[in-house]
Design a protein around this ligand. Structure first.
Ligand SMILES: CCC(=O)OC[C@H](C)CC[C@H]1O[C@H]2C[C@H]3[C@@H]4CC=C5C[C@@H](O)CC[C@]5(C)[C@H]4CC[C@]3(C)[C@H]2[C@@H]1C
Length: 411
């Protein structure tokens, strides 16, 4: 990205000073206008499935070991979209809009082979910000659900972000579940005014059929590594045998090896184009849907009219504050439309336990502490009953009412 010049340079300098007194809440930072994105964080759940074919591939594989490899390959293929698609498109990482409580992002991908994959993303918590999502492909019985929040800190001109939450992939046909933990990241390039994400430390994938993957992230300067480097190892829980490795740069190309033999390459780009998400035209969207709710703010950002951006953002933020105040007075809470918070999920605990035993017993590693990632303000799960009530129209009244409340508030 071009280095900053003129007024942008001075606003960025004062912004960097402001970050120095950073309180850990990314959303509360007032970033300079040119770093603002009109995309709300609630849209980021879509990054999990921009390669629908890779998402459904494991469902079609009868061999459990090969299935585990396909899940690992799909996960690694999502990293580029999750963590570097804004930099690729916009020249640098941007600050997403901070979703309001109940904000929705709904869409689907249609693929000639995979069929339809549905996306439901909902901002289930505003303080702290937590997004929950459910992405499912009925044709192949592949269901991903998860939630994430961020714990951020600032040190030596870098923003460090620890992700809170987990992703769970379920393959109905094989009655199999995968627990996926989320990578820590830091924002580099702040000093130059062109921030970008680099992933760090490691994550795991543990399957209910007994396969474990350890994924390590490294950036430039790490042992002469290149930026966006990743090394993944897939093990058999039963005997600790290393089955496959996948390594490379998650923004470019990944090489799959069995022992020393290369068996496959995955390359981003024309060979593996992403599939565009389809969403309803804004005029047909529910008032809680992100792009409708933020339409005026987005238009102001597109115009570069930051005065207008501020005015329109404040309307939404003030309306939200009034809603929370009213709920507090009435002793009610906002009804999450598709997700519910539970204290714990047996399936997650069982997979965390299995992974911990394997890491400690066989790999001699300190088991990942899952208490932190799994606990935001509860573990958020996709509530199929709530979903069915909405789809069947049984909740039409509440859905309509919720939209009206938001519309009235922002009038
Ligand atoms: C807050 C100070 C500020 O505005 O700095 C501006 C800079 C753009 C850096 C801060 C922002 O950087 C953005 C990167 C965002 C993460 C990117 C990808 C993901 C994966 C997704 O599955 C979950 C969300 C997550 C972790 C994003 C979280 C929010 C991040 C860190 C944005 C920062 C505000």
């Amino acid at each position: 990205a071009a280095a900053l010049t003129g007024s942008a340079k001075s606003t960025w300098a004062s912004f960097l000073k402001s970050i120095a007194s950073f309180n850990g809440d990314l959303a509360s930072m007032t970033a300079p206008p040119f770093i603002l994105s009109k995309t709300s964080l609630v849209e980021y759940s879509a990054y999990w499935t921009e390669h629908p074919k890779l998402f459904v591939a494991p469902a079609k594989e009868a061999d459990p070991e090969k299935r585990a490899l396909l899940v690992l390959k799909w996960f690694l293929s999502t990293l580029k979209q999750q963590y570097s698609s804004r930099s690729e498109k916009l020249g640098s990482e941007k600050k997403p809009l901070n979703p309001f409580l109940g904000e929705l992002f709904l869409g689907h991908w249609d693929d000639e082979e995979a069929g339809r994959t549905e996306l439901i993303s909902e901002q289930v918590s505003h303080h702290p910000p937590v997004t929950a999502y459910s992405i499912f492909n009925e044709k192949h019985g592949v269901k991903l659900q998860g939630y994430n929040g961020q714990k951020a800190g600032f040190a030596s001109m870098t923003i460090n972000v620890k992700q809170v939450g987990v992703a769970r992939l379920r393959l109905e046909k094989w009655d199999e579940e995968y627990l996926i933990t989320l990578p820590a990241l830091h924002i580099e390039g702040l000093v130059y005014g062109s921030p970008f994400v680099e992933l760090e430390k490691s994550t795991i994938i543990q399957s209910s059929t007994g396969f474990f993957a350890k994924i390590e992230y490294a950036g430039k300067g790490w042992v002469g590594g290149k930026s966006n480097s990743v090394t993944a190892e897939l093990y058999d829980n039963k005997n600790g045998k290393l089955l496959y490795t996948i390594s490379g740069q998650w923004t470019k190309e990944l090489v799959v090896k069995q022992g020393k033999t290369e068996i496959e390459r995955f390359e981003h780009g024309d060979k593996n184009p992403t599939t565009a998400l389809s969403i309803k035209p804004i005029e047909e969207q529910d008032p809680l849907e992100s792009r409708r709710a933020w339409a005026k703010v987005g238009a102001a950002i597109d115009k570069g009219d930051y005065e207008e951006t501020g005015i329109e953002k404040s309307k939404i933020e003030n309306a939200q504050r009034d809603l929370r105040k009213k709920e507090k007075e009435e002793g009610t809470t906002w009804e999450r439309r598709y997700f519910s918070a539970v204290d714990q999920v047996e399936a997650i605990d069982a997979l965390v336990d299995r992974a911990g035993k394997f890491m400690k017993g066989v790999l001699g590693l300190t088991p990942l502490c899952m208490d932190e990632p799994a606990k935001t303000n509860g573990v958020w799960v996709f509530d199929t009953k709530k979903y069915d009530d909405v789809i069947s129209g049984r909740k039409a009244e509440e859905v309509k009412r919720a939209g009206e409340i938001v519309l009235e508030a922002t009038e």
